[in-house]
Design a protein around this ligand. Structure first.
Ligand SMILES: Cc1ncc(C[n+]2csc(CCOP(=O)(O)OP(=O)(O)O)c2C)c(N)n1
Ligand SMILES: [Mg+2]
Length: 397
């Protein structure tokens, strides 16, 4: 009898244990998870960024939301441009979200950034609102630079733009690093550039000075596989861009993986701040749209290629799958982030075409920081335009 009872009790306990045994469902409520990064490639470095890291629920939520905002912002940009509500140059960043968000989350307020013209995402991350960015392109009063910059030239407190001359963000970023070192500020100067820009002469001049003067400069290459309409293989004799700083160490990172980017950039920032001088980080990413809004982007690459990246390596869907699998976020939380972002971006997008168009008098406003001449010459000498000073066209709210 006792043996029978013992068996019964042991059976009941075993059943109970089965019920509370950790299952996939329980994993869904993790507040922190260990994540393996993608392999890095190194140039002139003995140590590597971390390959296994902790990611908290809050971080996962933040990165997912930021990437989703960037994608939604660009979807809205594309729609407005196709409807001719955005005129002129317009370069879409979709596909490259992990490269920006993974890097941005490591920055500190001391860092100063210069970037190329594909900047809507960076302009948002660096402090502008979605409305400010969209309205800058539709030339409405809510624009972040009062319409003076447009798609390629957006700025913020420590964001120096937005450079349309390919490669020119590199010497400017190097200059920012010089300024930080000169002033004794513990920050890093960021020179963000593209794979096309990487072949420019000024890049190597900047590399040389940065290494010679041991500047805390992070040369951050967003390699999206293509220049204007030319693949890296057709444009560069050496496509291992992370090795092209010569004596400057470099890291190659999978730029579609937000956590790997974060770790590579974390390592690179510390490297600079520890007095080791400049470093190159190459993030291998991909752009889904054509070079600009006027390029369908399918004459020099196949639709299948784009489709394959979207399906297999998309930075947002792969991160979503990872955080769901790790239990950092559940489906409902992801849905609620997406709904909130879509609503906000839709509202911003509507306002970006409803707010008043910027007055033409702005054309002669703030051309110089000090108006030495009261008037600006017009198309004829008889009707000069008044020169006005309103102050910095940077929206710091
Ligand atoms: C000095 C200079 N040369 C050429 C151009 C024309 N141009 C505009 S974008 C571009 C390609 C740049 O490619 P990449 O650096 O890879 O940036 P991505 O467009 O891929 O972001 C070229 C050649 C320019 N704007 N400036
Ligand atoms: Mg490119």
């Amino acid at each position: 009898m006792t043996a029978f009872l013992k068996r019964l009790v042991s059976q009941a306990l075993s059943n109970l244990r089965k019920e509370v045994r950790p299952t996939n469902n329980i994993k869904k409520f993790a507040t922190e998870a260990t994540i393996k990064t993608k392999p890095y490639k190194l140039h002139r470095l003995d140590t590597s960024p971390l390959t296994e890291v902790k990611v908290t629920k809050e971080e996962a939520k933040d990165y997912y939301k930021k990437m989703f905002i960037l994608r939604s912002l660009e979807n809205a940009t594309f729609t407005l441009a196709k409807a001719n509500l955005i005129r002129g140059f317009c370069h879409i960043y979709s596909g490259e979200e992990a490269a920006a968000v993974g890097a941005y989350v490591v920055m500190t307020p001391e860092d100063l950034v210069a970037s190329p013209y594909r900047i809507h995402g960076w302009a948002y991350l660096m402090g502008n609102s979605v409305l400010g960015v969209l309205a800058e392109m539709t030339a409405r009063t809510s624009a972040c630079q009062r319409g003076k910059g447009g798609s390629m030239h957006m700025y913020h407190d420590r964001f120096f733009g937005g450079f349309g001359i390919v490669g020119s963000s590199v010497p400017v970023g190097t200059g920012l690093a010089f300024a930080l070192k000169y002033k004794g500020v513990k920050g890093v100067g960021w020179a963000i550039y593209g794979d096309g820009a990487a072949n420019q002469g000024q890049v190597f001049e900047a590399f040389n000075l940065a290494k010679l003067w041991n500047l805390p400069c992070l040369f951050y290459l967003e390699n999206n596989g293509y220049g204007y309409s030319t693949s890296i293989e057709r444009a560069a004799a050496n496509i291992d861009f992370y090795t092209r700083g010569d004596l400057i160490p470099g890291i190659w990172v999978d730029g579609m993986d937000v956590i790997s980017v974060r770790e590579a950039i974390k390592f690179a920032r510390e490297f600079c701040l520890e007095g080791n001088g400049p470093i190159v980080v190459e993030a291998a990413t991909y752009r889904y749209h054509g070079h600009s809004i006027s390029d369908p982007g399918t004459t020099y690459r196949t639709r299948e290629e784009i489709q394959a990246v979207r399906q297999q390596r998309d930075p947002i869907t792969t991160f979503k799958a990872l955080i769901l699998e790790k239990g950092l976020l559940i489906e409902e939380e992801i849905k609620s982030i997406e709904t909130e972002v879509k609503t906000d971006v839709n509202e911003a997008s509507e306002r970006a075409v409803k707010d008043p168009i910027i007055n033409a008098s702005e054309l002669t406003t703030d051309i110089y920081s000090e108006c030495l001449e009261p008037h600006i010459r017009n198309i004829t000498p008889f009707n000069p335009l008044q020169h006005k000073r309103l102050g910095r066209a940077i929206n710091l709210k």
